[in-house]
Design a protein around this ligand. Structure first.
Ligand SMILES: [Zn+2]
Ligand SMILES: [Zn+2]
Length: 154
């Protein structure tokens, strides 16, 4: 079994364990999420589902995404300056580095994140909600080198 299908089976097993029926539509949405492997928007998930299963409606895709979100099997990222919510299959705490130029989102996993969030919570007195996703903004390596080339051409 390849990695993708074992991930798919895990998602479907969790859906089933929550008492939801594993329908063709739900399988198609899970497949689309896994196939994207990044942080797709609902529209991107729908496009992917639609290509393989034209009969599945947009409402079904969006409802399935909501169900997966309710079960915390996926997480929604609201990115500043982006009108569309992005879905993240990585529900373990991680940092999402967002490029402010091209919109690329890169996952960074570090076991120091929990300690950092603990420190922030202690010092600020805030009850943090890391389940909202930790997001940092900047320029991705490609955009940084483009920007550097632009600056030096002046
Ligand atoms: Zn970029
Ligand atoms: Zn992520």
């Amino acid at each position: 079994m390849n990695q993708l299908s074992s991930k798919l089976n895990r998602l479907l097993a969790q859906l089933e364990a929550s008492g939801r029926r594993v329908t063709t539509q739900r399988i198609a949405v899970c497949e689309a999420l896994l196939a994207h492997s990044g942080h797709p928007t609902a529209a991107e998930v729908y496009q992917h589902v639609h290509a393989a299963h034209p009969a599945i409606s947009q409402a079904t895709v969006y409802n399935t995404l909501s169900a997966l979100e309710e079960l915390s099997l996926i997480r929604v990222l609201h990115i500043v300056g982006d009108d569309h919510a992005h879905y993240d299959l990585g529900v373990d705490p991680h940092v999402n580095a967002v490029c402010t130029r091209c919109g690329r989102i890169t996952d960074i996993h570090t076991d120091t994140l929990e300690a950092l969030l603990g420190l922030v919570a202690t010092r600020s007195g805030y009850q943090l909600s890391p389940s909202e996703g930790v997001i940092v903004y900047g320029l991705c390596p490609e955009c940084a080198s483009i920007r550097a080339a632009e600056v030096s051409s002046f």
